[in-house]
Design a protein around this ligand. Structure first.
Ligand code: ADP
Ligand code: MG
Ligand code: ZN
Length: 186
């Protein structure tokens, strides 16, 4: 058989609440690609400098070097030579990320995107819903509810702030199940 197929790219989405292991899973997949000597390019939003400016870092302290960027367009420009593109905290890049991921996958790249699927009100967090619709592979990760130990897919903000984007850790957010999650009053 002498059939030559064009190398096809694809999109993988890893989504869930805070502390559910999205970043751990992203790092696991990217490390395997690096070991297999693929050209791996990794991005995180500049706004997320909680643990590091130039590494993606999980709450369990796994880390991998990454490029801080301000926009989805910057990702496209800097991923030209990559076989595999990793993107963490995708919810901070807005709807432009959807086309960027599509274009990267169309160009034959494996695109692995991790991000929050719901905001602190429990509302779908763009662009994750749109990425889920266009991805080939979807993984939903769950944390453990800090109140009752059930599987947790919500992020409870434990401060009274009302902005949608507030970057923080356990001083601001905790994982909750659907029973224990209390959406903020409108
Ligand atoms: P995410 O990227 O989804 O916010 P990380 O991959 O950075 O999550 O971190 C996952 C790690 O967070 C877990 O392996 C565990 O060490 C820690 N962790 C903290 N709180 C919880 C919780 N309530 N449930 C599960 N893991 C938690
Ligand atoms: Mg994370
Ligand atoms: Zn609970």
């Amino acid at each position: 058989m002498n059939i030559i197929h064009n190398k096809s790219g694809w999109i993988e989405v890893i989504c869930g609440s805070m502390y559910s292991g999205k970043t751990e899973e992203l790092i696991r997949r990217l490390r395997r690609s690096q070991i297999a000597r693929q050209n791996v390019t990794i991005f995180k939003p500049e706004i997320d400098n909680r643990y590091s400016d130039d590494h993606i870092v999980s709450h369990s302290d796994l880390k991998i070097p990454s490029i801080p960027v301000n926009s989805a367009a910057e990702i496209f420009n800097k991923a030209k030579d990559a076989d595999v593109v990793g993107i963490d905290e995708a919810q901070f890049f807005g709807m432009d990320l959807v086309d960027v991921c599509q274009n990267l996958a169309d160009a034959g790249k494996r695109v692995i995107v991790a991000g929050l699927d719901q905001d602190y009100r429990g509302e779908p967090f763009e662009p994750i819903p749109q990425l889920l619709a266009t991805a080939e592979y979807i993984t939903k990760t769950l944390a453990i509810c800090m109140v009752c130990s059930n599987p947790a897919n919500r992020t409870q903000r434990i401060t009274a702030d009302e902005e949608r984007v507030i970057v923080g850790g356990s001083e601001i957010y905790e994982a909750r199940c659907r029973n224990c999650f209390m959406p903020p009053k409108k």
